[in-house]
Write a new protein. Structure first.
Length: 385
């Protein structure tokens, strides 16, 4: 099978969606399929390359300036460049089917390829491409809504990575079926470390981009109270280790100073993949107090490293957290953290449950096979129509 993937984000740029694109393409290629990706060019990345697994990558020029996020003008510049490249690739390569990461900005390209070349396509939602996800884009969503509905209407399949994301999409448009295929995790890379930890300290880890939607502004003011309760019961200190960077960092650092939580909150900045793994392996508990998510990769990575999880009831929480942690509201968050920080046996048991869930449900090889089933269906339906 010849598979064309269109995604404006692919490592080294982007976040969870970019990682999912990388691993799915890799697994498709390992299965023996021919895979090409059209993505955005960033700084010194080569314009064209073939990975060690045989994935062909085309990077098109756009105005992308930031590794972690893309503005609307940057997305539009990518759309124009990728559209031209996709037409050339489709004419030369005659691909069988197309997988689109995010209905916006890549969906219009897939729609054009379907009408011109009869190429079926699947839209894999990212979250931000669903109207209503971000209030600051309310006007943009209003303008784009008719185009988004047309992209969804003509797609052969629509895929969400969690039940919560599926429900959010159905709230916008209920007429179309949406399949749920969760994210996976690189469980050969993210593994428990077996590293002796500081017995005098319980480390709570947060890993993500520092934006308001991640909810740290609700957790930081509670840290002194959490530390006091844990120390009273165990004699141990508590430290919240924050790994990541972003536009909200300065506000969070100001909050730490204002709430005098500097003794138990530590900012580590952006780290590379190997360093992030060490942070997981040195932590005791992983937290994600987000206001909204799709299927957070950082939670999967933490689980693969054997950590118990405390996260808010946002999208993805139902699939990820059962007997391996707590799904807690912002108000319940401190209580759940105190419970875990004061009970090492509970942490160990929930950490083992995290590992078991990863092994049973979130291997990329298994996730890729589920995508291959519907990719194959798109080709079969085209041939029989």
């Amino acid at each position: 099978m010849k598979i064309l993937i269109i995604s404006h984000e692919y490592p080294p740029i982007g976040g969870g969606g970019a990682n999912a694109c990388f691993f799915l393409a890799r697994e498709f290629a390992r299965m023996g399929h021919q895979v090409a990706i059209i993505t955005a060019r960033f700084k010194n990345c080569p314009e064209k390359e073939t990975t060690s697994d045989g994935v062909l990558i085309y990077r098109v020029k756009c105005r992308r300036a930031n590794r972690e996020k893309s503005s609307l003008p940057e997305m539009f510049s990518y759309l124009l460049s990728a559209w031209k490249a996709a037409v050339q690739i489709a004419e030369n390569g005659r691909y069988d089917t197309c997988l689109v990461f995010f209905g916006i900005p890549s969906g219009p390209i897939a729609l054009h390829l379907k009408f011109k070349y009869h190429m079926p396509y699947i839209v894999r939602f990212g979250g931000g491409d669903i109207p209503g996800a971000q209030k600051r884009f309310r006007l943009v969503y209003t303008i784009l809504s008719p185009f988004i509905r047309n992209i969804w209407k003509n797609a052969d399949y629509l895929v969400a990575n969690s039940e919560g994301l599926c429900l959010r999409a159905q709230k916008f448009e209920y007429r179309y079926r949406i399949d749920i295929i969760e994210n996976g995790v690189d469980s050969q890379f993210f593994v428990p470390g077996g590293i002796p930890r500081n017995n005098d300290e319980v480390r709570i880890l947060f890993v993500s981009r520092l934006i308001e939607g991640k909810g740290l502004q609700f957790l930081i003011p509670k840290m002194n109270s959490i530390q006091e309760k844990v120390y009273q019961k165990t004699g141990k200190k508590v430290r919240l280790v924050i790994v990541g960077d972003g536009p909200y960092r300065q506000a969070l650092e100001s909050m730490v100073r204002e709430t005098s939580t500097g003794g138990c909150v530590q900012f580590e900045g952006r780290r590379d993949r190997e360093e992030v793994r060490l942070y997981y392996q040195n932590a005791d508990v992983f937290v994600l107090p987000s206001l909204s998510e799709g299927m957070p990769n950082v939670v999967l990575e933490a689980m693969a490293c054997g950590l118990p999880i405390v996260m808010t009831p946002c999208e993805g929480s139902r699939e990820l957290v059962t007997d391996n942690g707590y799904v807690s509201t912002i108000e319940e968050f401190p209580r759940s953290l105190v419970r875990l920080c004061t009970d090492s046996d509970l942490r160990l048991r929930m950490g083992r449950n995290s590992l078991h869930r990863i092994k049973e449900h979130f291997q990329w090889e298994y996730i890729a096979m589920r995508y291959m089933e519907i990719l194959g269906e798109t080709i079969h339906e085209r041939q029989t129509s």
